[in-house]
Design a binder for this molecule. Structure first.
Ligand code: BDR
Ligand code: CA
Length: 312
């Protein structure tokens, strides 16, 4: 079983991914690490406790991560218009007690990588601050991790915050670019593929009543699908984070292209991800030349991923 750390900003689709992971024998979740994004970091930690309680997995550690971006600035906005004020579609007001792990998320990831070299997969479902900080804690983390699978970016499709940028990358562009520049065994699942993987409101109706996970997801997703109705005119939602989880357990359902990726860190297109398709040798070096190879998902067998995720 893969040892999995999920770095997350729950978040409705984060909850779907985490609950699917609990139903997946391929992985053993060894920790949740939290980050701002859909909500602020303390709320992300609270929401991690809610999910652990729902799954009766309270023994799994929750290591809280950064409250600020890598540059020290606290992000002004959260995605309350997508995920609700508390991150679960304004359905969950109860406080759940939980004991945070004593370590910062970045140190937690670094320690796990040192304890199980070559065995730990990090699934990054929010801004990449904690991952960049883990690399900074100890440069060996990069090669000790088996894989870092990231939900982020948009290459051949529009971003979802604006035409240039996807939310997780724009959440901390400096951290994202740092990871693209220093990472090893990084895989990127971008909107190019997640915009093909949708749950419809009839999928949600079918989930309701299918156990406590199904009902929880159907409940919290009402707000989410409502956002898609307003924003995209559809009666369905993209399931970004669960698709990235599917890439962890079924990478064969995706086509991967070796690439080098750069993130724009300022300007009007801040957060934009640009990939070098690595199809030619650049005789004159450029900003991409010295970067490590990142595997970018360029196609997905959505007709297989959707039923897999619904089942899990
Ligand atoms: C990503 O941003 C968040 O709103 C979602 O949880 C997902 O991780 C999609 O751009
Ligand atoms: Ca997320």
């Amino acid at each position: 079983r893969l040892k999995l750390i999920i770095d997350t900003d729950p978040g409705i689709d984060d909850a779907m991914a985490i609950l699917a992971a609990f139903n997946s024998p391929e992985v053993e979740i060894i920790g949740l690490t939290t980050i701002f994004g859909n909500v602020r970091t303390p709320m992300a930690t609270q929401n991690a406790f809610i999910l652990l309680q729902l799954a009766q997995q309270e023994q799994i550690p929750v290591a809280e991560g950064s409250r600020d971006q890598l540059n020290g600035i606290t992000k002004a906005h959260v995605a309350d218009f997508v995920h609700g004020d508390e991150g679960f579609g304004n359905t969950y007001q109860k406080l759940v007690e939980g004991q945070k792990h004593s370590l910062h998320a970045a140190q937690f990831i670094a320690n796990a990588a040192a304890e199980y070299p070559g065995e730990v997969v990090v699934l990054a479902l929010g801004p990449l601050t904690n991952i960049a900080l883990a690399y900074k804690v100890d440069a060996a983390v990069r090669t000790r991790l088996k894989e870092v699978v990231i939900l982020g970016g948009a290459f051949h499709t529009n971003g979802n915050v604006n035409p240039a940028a996807e939310a997780n990358i724009l959440g901390d562009p400096d951290a994202a670019d740092y990871v693209m520049e220093h990472g090893s065994s990084v895989k990127l699942v971008s909107l190019d593929v997640t915009h093909q993987v949708e749950f419809s409101s009839s999928h949600m109706d079918a989930l309701r009543g299918k156990g406590k996970f199904g009902t929880f997801i159907a409940d919290i997703s009402k707000f989410y699908i409502d956002y898609y109705r307003k924003s995209y005119g559809t009666d369905s939602c993209f399931v970004h984070d669960p698709t990235a989880f599917a890439a962890v357990i079924r990478p064969d359902l995706f086509s991967w292209q070796p690439s080098k990726v750069l993130v724009l860190k300022d300007g009007v297109a801040c957060g934009m991800t640009i990939m070098d398709h690595c199809i030619r040798n650049w005789v004159a070096p450029n900003e991409w030349s010295q970067r490590p190879i990142v595997q970018v998902a360029v196609a997905v067998q959505a007709a297989k991923v959707v039923p897999l995720l619904l089942e899990r």
